[in-house]
Ligand binder design. Structure first.
Ligand SMILES: O=C(O)C(=O)C[C@]1(C(=O)O)C=C[C@@H](O)C=C1
Length: 83
């Protein structure tokens, strides 16, 4: 379970085709009002999925990296076939 108090910061990247709203603004509406949030733009890489938001959560945990499951939804699953 992810406790908001354990989140150091969250970084969002959006593909250049997404510009209607800031992902960080959505996260605040969702309840992350005290979490430091930052947005950036992903590079336009040929064959990479369009309309894609990546979310990197910097989370204080005692878990080992190999015990954390990164989640890739829909077409984004093709980005990391090794995970
Ligand atoms: O994990 C992703 O979302 C990817 O697109 C893969 C990958 C990578 O090669 O590790 C590539 C680009 C992103 O900026 C981050 C990670």
């Amino acid at each position: 379970m992810l406790n908001t108090e354990d989140i150091g910061a969250v970084i969002f990247s959006s593909t250049p085709d997404l510009n209607a709203a800031f992902p960080a603004a959505g996260a605040r509406k969702f309840g992350w009002t005290q979490v430091p949030l930052f947005g950036t733009q992903e590079i336009e890489c040929p064959d990479a999925p369009a309309l894609c938001v990546r979310v990197l959560i910097l989370w204080n945990t005692d878990l080992r990296q190999r015990d954390i499951k990164n989640v890739y939804l829909h077409g984004a699953a093709s980005l990391r076939q090794d995970s």
